[in-house]
Design a protein around this ligand. Sequence first.
Ligand code: ADP
Length: 627
Amino acid sequence: MIRLKHIYKSYNNTTVLNDINLCLPSKGLISIVGTSGSGKSTLLNLLGGIDKPSKGKIFINNNELTAFNNKDLEWYYDKFIAFIFQSYNLIDYLTVEDNLKLVSNKYNHVLKKLNIYHLKDKKVSLLSGGEKQRVAIARGLIKNSKMLLCDEPTGALDNNTSIVIMNILKEVSKERLVIMVTHNMELANKYSDYILHIKDGHIESVPKINDDTFNMKITRNKFRNVYKIILNHLLNKKKRNILISLSFAIGLIALSFVLSISNGFKKSIDIEEKNRLSLYPIVISKNSYNIEDELTKEDKNNLDKIYIKDINHVNNITKEYVDNLNVINNNFKYKIYKYNINDYIITTISLINIESFYNELDLLYGSRIISNNEVILILDNNNQLNKYDMSMIGINNPEYKYESLINYSYVINDITYTIKGIYRVKDDSILSDITGVIYNSEVYKDSIPDTIYLYPSSYDNKQVVINKLNEYQDIKYQDISTSIKSISNSLIDGISVVLLVFSIITLIVSSILISILTYINIMEYKHEIGIYKSIGLSNFNIQVIFYLENIIITCVSILISTITVLIISIPLNNYIYNLTGLINVISLNFGNFLLISFLSITLSVLSSSIPIHNISKLAIVEILRNE
Ligand code: ADP
């Protein structure tokens, strides 16, 4: 049974209900009648739990409805009551069937009874007032609630249909409590078990009602399938949603680029190192710089002394050392030795693979070295030779024709050498600093060189060589490629940080945008949210609708940005390749994609969570009245 105890309700100091005390049974048909504005709907709303009295308590059995929390109310709307609103409150863009499905799947028999089965697949917006009213009644009836609250249920219906409806309500009232607000006294008199007359905020002649109880089993709300609503919201505001997707995508494109550049650049530098940088020579010189720090940790912490450091390190290259290098012969494409003999700088090549050496050069004139007494001239990119080196062998003019130097002979240490070929270093060759007169290595086979250039044949071989060189702690070597690599890596890191900051700013702006638009969205769908609540969708269920909409929009953004980056990276990578020779500098990998997806979905959920959270605060009665 329902008990109303000292119920007052006033709006802006006008008292509408004034000390109502009343008991209602758990079954039967009760009509509320009275003049317009007398407070009939107000009373109905209080019973429906969508409005609260200014003072007083309402009990359902022994539970105080007026003290229900949000979760209790969700249960109450879902399981206990069903509304049939005067203004129908149907979702216009859904079909009759989809409107009913939000409440229950068992609607066919009711539709047939109400003679609207043929309208099942029609959109509600296309129905007449009378048809809408019957759909609203159907929605109220299919919900197996304990109490049916009807506000002028026959207001828009003709006489015959009204009688059909009243018969149905009378039938239903054998099992549940039906409370009906009406103006139609004739129907009220004919069908009601009790009639409540409201006048001046009071109920005239309160009926005496026997004590009985509702069967109240608390069960959880069912999660409703809302994909049609989401789909419709997305399509309904197509242009706006596309714009949001695009603007969010811009932030994501920036982020994708940053990640794919730092990923691809490091990878391509790595490949570059393996393919090319590793082929740059390791140089072992008699006189080298001592780049290592010789101070101990203690010294470093003790900066009150002056330390004298010998930066000129003298490498003691021994016969044994050179022999040892020859043991790992196969790991070099070629070795180049420089000797300093009686002021002559003699550059010889030890050809492990003679073809690869000549591949670095363009033949200008003559031929290769064949015997020990033959040498070749290697010119730099501008066809120049060092004046000092040349004057040592008697070549003193400022310029020569190729043919005039071929077969030119000179004597060193009683041995006569003849120039056999003239070569130029290829543009992109790693041999660029090897120019001048080049001898066959056999010539100085047993002497100890001043400088050794080791050209490893591959990245892996280079590691073997370096391991070998590391065995000689006193002999320092210089690895050019390592220093190039560390410069380029720090360059990438620097650029990445700058780009990252930019993309984070764009993402923040996009998130704020999403937050604002979600807020606007919710305000626009306020009335609809009221309907969902009144038919028993939980707040969580409604929030899921809006979260999913945002997540779908975000997924579209992710898709747009990923496709854009993948497409743009093709010509851009080509351009960069032509410019620098680096392959796939922009390369978006799956890990980046997952990171971006995770980040953007999290951002969108977070930024929309505040406006979406407000859904639970929206009061049904306010929302539905503001129609
Ligand atoms: P009825 O259903 O009997 O026609 P209502 O219950 O709708 O009457 O309204 C009773 C009185 O309360 C009316 O004067 C109406 O204007 C007023 N009223 C109802 N709701 C509000 C509200 N939210 N704010 C101010 N006045 C209200």
